[in-house]
Ligand binder design. Structure first.
Ligand SMILES: [Fe+2]
Length: 262
């Protein structure tokens, strides 16, 4: 694993050492302050490129094209909100996905399953333990965004999202977010409408380099990936972990996300 992850800079393998605890503390503080943390250079130089080389042929021939109109909530309506409220405005998401079962024995899956990484992530998220998902498709995915494709505005349904950027687009394909646009007590529908209309000055773009591990708290922070321009796809691995072992998607969920139930 030391050839893939920069364990000199990020000592995941020296659990409970001073350096490990300092990294956990720093990550936790950033998560509390910014709603995210980034471990830049998490992958050693050249490793993201190798991962892309492994995934690219599968992406080219066997990826699932995901294309849909949705609102920021991924729900058709919300109680107490008129159907024509601008907070419910629809936006389009298009990307291509490959699933864990399509890249067995890959570098990405080795990183996903690396136990010290899972224990480190649990510590940063203040969880007693996390477990890799058992779903053969959903546990780790690689998404690619080609020219003209985007992940549009949404709030996440899960508390945390763990991603590893493998390749950046030439232009666009940037992560844009608006911190705490709503809270558990206040849905801020008018603020959501302002953001969707492009009038929220607190929206920020985050520049990410390939090889960066990102942990993001996206339940109340609206976010999107802007439309990709140019010939190079944006390619990102998404890792799913849960607080209990044995979690899988239902066949219906797999069909919805991946176009196949198994
Ligand atoms: Fe998200």
């Amino acid at each position: 694993m030391k050839d893939l992850i920069d364990l000199d800079r990020y000592p995941l393998d020296r659990e409970n050492s001073g350096a490990w605890s300092a990294l956990v503390e720093k990550s936790r503080a950033e998560l509390a302050r910014d709603g995210m943390f980034n471990l830049e250079g998490f992958l050693r130089p050249g490793v993201a490129e190798k991962a892309v080389a492994e995934i690219r042929p599968i992406m080219a021939s066997r990826s699932h094209e995901h294309r849909r109109w949705h609102n920021i909530y991924f729900k058709p309506d919300l109680p107490g909100l008129a159907a024509d409220h601008p907070a419910l405005q629809k936006v389009e998401t298009i990307n291509h996905t490959v699933c864990a079962d399509q890249f067995p024995d890959s570098l990405i899956l080795a990183v996903y399953e690396y136990e010290p990484l899972i224990r480190f992530l649990a510590a940063t998220m203040d969880k007693p333990r996390l477990y890799a998902m058992e779903d053969p498709l959903a546990r780790a995915n690689v998404m690619s965004y080609r020219q003209g494709e985007a992940l549009n505005w949404h709030f996440d349904r899960s508390e945390f999202t763990t991603t590893l950027l493998l390749q950046a687009a030439e232009q666009g394909g940037e992560f844009e977010y608006r911190t705490d646009l709503r809270s558990d007590d206040d849905p801020n529908y008018d603020g959501v409408a302002r953001l969707l209309a492009g009038h929220d000055e607190q929206a920020r773009i985050m520049k990410v380099r390939p090889g960066t591990l990102n942990v993001f708290r996206g339940k109340n922070t609206a976010h999107r990936v802007t439309t990709v321009r140019g010939r190079r796809d944006r390619m990102i691995a998404v890792f799913s972990y849960y607080e209990r072992p044995g979690v899988t998607f239902s066949p219906e969920e797999r069909l919805g996300f991946y176009g196949r139930s198994r």
